[in-house]
Design a protein around this ligand. Sequence first.
Ligand SMILES: Cc1cc2nc3c(=O)[nH]c(=O)nc-3n(C[C@H](O)[C@H](O)[C@H](O)COP(=O)(O)OP(=O)(O)OC[C@H]3O[C@@H](n4cnc5c(N)ncnc54)[C@H](O)[C@@H]3O)c2cc1C
Length: 551
Amino acid sequence: MKRIVIIGGVAGGMSAATRARRLDPEASIVVLERSGYVSYANCGLPYYVGGVISEQSDLLLQTPDSLHRRFRLDVRVSTEVIGIDAQAQLVMVRDRLDGTEYSLPYDYLILSPGAQPILPTLPGIDRALTLRTIEDVTRIADAVAGAPRHAVVIGGGFIGIETAENLIHRGIPTTVVEAADQVLTPLDPEMAVPVAAELRRHGIDLRLGVALAEVNDTGVVLTDGTSIDADLVIVAIGVRPDVTLAKAAGVTVGARGGIAVDAIGRTSDARIYAIGDAAEKADALDGDAVLVPLANIANRQGRMVADHIMGRPVRHIPTIGTAIVKVFDLVVAVTGWNERRLHAAHMEPVIIHSHPGSHAGYYPGAESMMLKLCIDPQTQLILGAQGVGTEGVDKRIDVIATAMRCGLTAPGLADLELAYAPPFGSAKDPVNMLGYMADNMLSGLTISAQWYELQDLLDQGYGLVDVRTPGEFAAGSISGAVNIPVDEIRERMTEFADNPVLVFCQVGQRGHTATTLLRELGVPAVNLDGGYKTWLNSPAAFSADRALPGS
Ligand SMILES: Cc1cc2nc3c(=O)[nH]c(=O)nc-3n(C[C@H](O)[C@H](O)[C@H](O)COP(=O)(O)OP(=O)(O)OC[C@H]3O[C@@H](n4cnc5c(N)ncnc54)[C@H](O)[C@@H]3O)c2cc1C
């Protein structure tokens, strides 16, 4: 009989436990969980803060009893593993309720202890709360019940933003402080601007480019010297893999600070596996070790190591890091690498921005979204995608993530046969359109420039032509642009001097038509990718002498 001990009874640990049981009715499977709860929905915790999930019991998916009844699992909560003797294959355990200590032997040990919220070493930091466990959310819910006058959330990442949104749901004035100059750093800056706008639209006081310096009796002090009064301070600046036990067991910790594992989740000790947030993963793009603290991966790895222990063949799946978050009425989703990361790795991706409708424009209720695709110009493979919008963003990013997993090229997106009827999409779905655009760009049919290249091109002597209608132009354009609507280009050719031109429209589509036409007519033309709408979201728009709508 195999003796399997699992440390951590939530996403990864519980997946491993239940899968192991399904494969082996005889195995002894013990799950040790430090907190008082097992198999809880930590992804739902922010929504309990906001009352969207009203009952704490809804977060508790299983109990030790239910897991014993269905799976004959021995699940011990309030039970902390305090040491591992890898030589003797023993874990040392402390019962947190009565303080008793004992040891448990194992044939296979699975580490799924998760990650710890990062707390900066700053004065008064112990007054701040974090959000990771049911105990944490209970503390925050208690604080919320005391009707705080003001809350400060430190960190504009996924958890910080979800938490802030839910505090606003509770009617608590909330400030979000983010050290970077944008929220949600998996997004490129021009994709993050609408997210910041959405937060502010819903009343969040968003402070970018400034960090926490101190927590005190009255609230917080920021690095720019500003004080904010607050009776609730939540720190959500990221998580760090929990490698305490791995280190104690003498298991190798990798360069990224997570437990180093091989392709099948085995640590440097062949009897010890590590999964979930605590373990490093292989990145699908460059094969390097990465930390990707996401529930899907933890669950997948749990199943994989159970399969391996039970002698089943397993597949090594590197990660592409697909993630999604709700920001009030917006949906933000990402997969793969963003442009910033690609540039940092000295890769020069081809970039496409588009602003399609969620479904056919003639069917009521279509919403505009913003998509971005990063492509490897050599292999034509998709390197990453980002989506910001409302309806339909999740579907498009999931399709692109699937395409990436299957090794589809970017032009290959055009060939996908996606479900279509007017209420759901378009005959040429936004994903298909990205494929057509990729084909145009990779074949040299379209030559485009990015928002951050605009100034450089103007400095090189490019003319700037807005090919939208006079009405659109009057409502706001890029400073210095001349308005020649796309349909008037042929008649107004004399207005194009010998120098090259940078052309733009609202979203890039008419710009593409204008660019192709101008090139046919002998004018070297470049299309501003994603058009005015993308530029308007860019940091360049905020620093440039911008002609504001209506000005
Ligand atoms: C607020 C919040 C929202 C999230 N939202 C999303 C989301 O929307 N989508 C998404 O993909 N991911 C989300 N995540 C991340 C996701 O929850 C994690 O990636 C996933 O839970 C990781 O699983 P895990 O098994 O590695 O660790 P966990 O699920 O954290 O479980 C680890 C468990 O190990 C226990 N443990 C640690 N040390 C010991 C010890 N010494 N002895 C005994 N037990 C121990 C801990 O108490 C903990 O319960 C969210 C996380 C949080 C905190």
